[in-house]
Design a protein around this ligand. Structure first.
Ligand SMILES: [Zn+2]
Length: 123
C-alpha cells in the first residue's frame, strides 16, 4: 500500500501557511495595503478559508485574494506540497512524480512560486 501525502494534509494548516507567507507582519488589505482589516466569516465551500473586509476601502477579500493560488485549478494542498518539495531541493521531475502532475504544470508552478506568492498586478 502506498501512503498518499495529500490525504495526510490538513486544509486548516494549508491556509495558515498561506497567511504566514503573505502576511508575515499581520493582515493587510490587498487593494489599499491598509492594516484595518476585520474577519468576515469563512468561505462557503472551504471552511478553512477566512474572509475579510477592509475598514479603509470597504473591499472584501479572502486568504487567497491577490495570490497566485486564487482561481487556480490546483487545490491549495498541491501548491503547499510543491513548496515543501522545493524546500527539499527536489527537481521538477521528482515533484511531478510525487504530485502525479505533468511536468509542464509543475514547471509553471515552481516558476510562479519562486517569483513570490503575491500577484504583482493588484498592487
Ligand atoms: Zn483596503
Amino acid at each position: 500500500m502506498k501512503v498518499n501525502i495529500q490525504t495526510l494534509m490538513d486544509d486548516v494548516q494549508c491556509y495558515a501557511t498561506v497567511r504566514e507567507l503573505r502576511w508575515p507582519e499581520g493582515r493587510e488589505c490587498p487593494f489599499c495595503t491598509s492594516k484595518k482589516v476585520i474577519k468576515r466569516g469563512c468561505d462557503d465551500k472551504e471552511p478553512a478559508r477566512q474572509r475579510y473586509e477592509c475598514k479603509e476601502c470597504g473591499k472584501r477579500f479572502d486568504d487567497l485574494t491577490g495570490t497566485i493560488f486564487a482561481g487556480h485549478h490546483q487545490p491549495l494542498k498541491v501548491w503547499i506540497l510543491c513548496l515543501y518539495f522545493m524546500g527539499l531541493n527536489l527537481s521538477n521531475k521528482q515533484i511531478s512524480a510525487e504530485l502525479e502532475l505533468n511536468r509542464t504544470d509543475v514547471q509553471k508552478m515552481t516558476t510562479q512560486l519562486r517569483e513570490g506568492v503575491i500577484k504583482k498586478s493588484l498592487k
